[in-house]
Design a protein around this ligand. Structure first.
Ligand SMILES: NC(=O)c1ccc[n+]([C@@H]2O[C@H](COP(=O)([O-])OP(=O)(O)OC[C@H]3O[C@@H](n4cnc5c(N)ncnc54)[C@H](OP(=O)(O)O)[C@@H]3O)[C@@H](O)[C@H]2O)c1
Length: 282
């Protein structure tokens, strides 16, 4: 999916000794990315909002023989992002790859959902990535590195019931595909990643209409993949410096249907998710 940018240099074809900073590193896809790149010889900077979880993850990477350094950071707070990114640059000397992965989701009808829920989702998913990128971008440019953005199919297609999530991921798509056009001339790159449904803690912690964790079961399309298979695909695509990665057969199919026949896609998707949404009405 997407065209492949010519790598800026041969050094970008391996991640051995490169510094990879992963946000939301203590769980799910972020943790799997840390393990994958650490196994390939990268030095891993970890950011997560839960101090114990991120330190446990650091410990497990160190035990496996990798170099790792964790900093507790709530990505929705710009000062914390500045501090955490500076600490990781201080520890390893710079950043080659920033993986903007930290995120939360929400499941509820638009009419029921408080505006504060949308704001919270935007603050973590969108502004969290923006703050970390602003803090790391000079180092990434200096090293002709790359920014990997974990979007979602909801970043490039509509997704009923996840309005705030969808808005935050579309915003990320706009920001980062445009940033690519600014930093490309310096040899730096942006790769966006659109997974379908992945078996992680994301859905079990989804916010409901009033901002508390929702207990309503979720609908999915296709089989859920594992964080490990997502990390493997991201690793391979990062080696090739792809522009955009859409994961899984169902994801690719959905993406192309949404491009070729957008209204047909809207109807198909809405049929799949409508009953879940009705159950979540307050
Ligand atoms: N799972 C899917 O089906 C799926 C599909 C497409 C895209 N994605 C995207 O993949 C990314 C990772 O999600 P996941 O599925 O791996 O979910 P996950 O297991 O819930 O992991 C999300 C991580 O982000 C961290 N995080 C949340 N809020 C944060 C904050 N304010 N500051 C710092 N870290 C924060 C969480 O830390 P705490 O534990 O401390 O909250 C957690 O470690 C997200 O951007 C998500 O949108 C997931």
């Amino acid at each position: 999916m997407g065209s492949t940018l010519k790598p800026a240099g041969k050094e970008n074809r391996t991640f051995s000794d490169k510094v990879i900073l992963v946000t939301g590193a203590a769980s799910g896809i972020g943790a799997a990315i840390c393990r994958k790149f650490a196994g390939a010889g990268a030095k891993i900077g970890l950011i997560d909002s839960d101090e114990k979880n991120v330190k446990d993850m650091e410990h497990s990477l160190l035990e496996s023989g990798a170099e790792a350094f964790a900093v507790k950071c709530d990505v929705s707070v710009e000062e914390e992002c500045n501090f955490a990114v500076a600490a990781i640059i201080g520890r390893f000397g710079g950043i080659d790859v920033l993986v903007n992965n930290a995120g939360i989701t929400q499941r509820s009808t638009f009419r029921d959902t408080l505006s504060s829920v949308y704001r919270k989702v935007m603050e973590i998913n969108f502004f969290g990535s923006l703050y970390c990128t602003k803090a790391a971008v000079e180092s990434i440019i200096a090293r002709k590195g790359m920014i990997i953005v974990i979007e979602s199919m909801a970043g490039v297609t509509p997704l009923l019931g996840r309005f705030g999530y969808c808005a935050s991921k579309h915003a990320l798509h706009g920001l980062f595909t445009t940033l690519r056009t600014e930093i490309r001339k310096y040899g730096a790159h942006v790769m966006t990643v659109c997974p379908g449904f992945v078996k992680t803690n994301l859905q079990t912690r989804a916010l409901g209409a009033d901002g508390s964790i929702t207990t309503h079961p979720q609908s999915t399309i296709g089989r859920q993949t594992t964080p490990e298979s997502v990390a493997e695909e991201i690793y391979k695509a990062a080696l090739k410096r792809k522009n955009m990665v859409v994961l899984t057969f169902m994801g690719k199919l959905g993406y192309w249907i949404s491009r070729i026949a957008p209204i047909f896609y809207e109807k198909l998707m809405a049929r799949q998710f409508r009953s879940e949404l009705e159950k979540s009405r307050i």
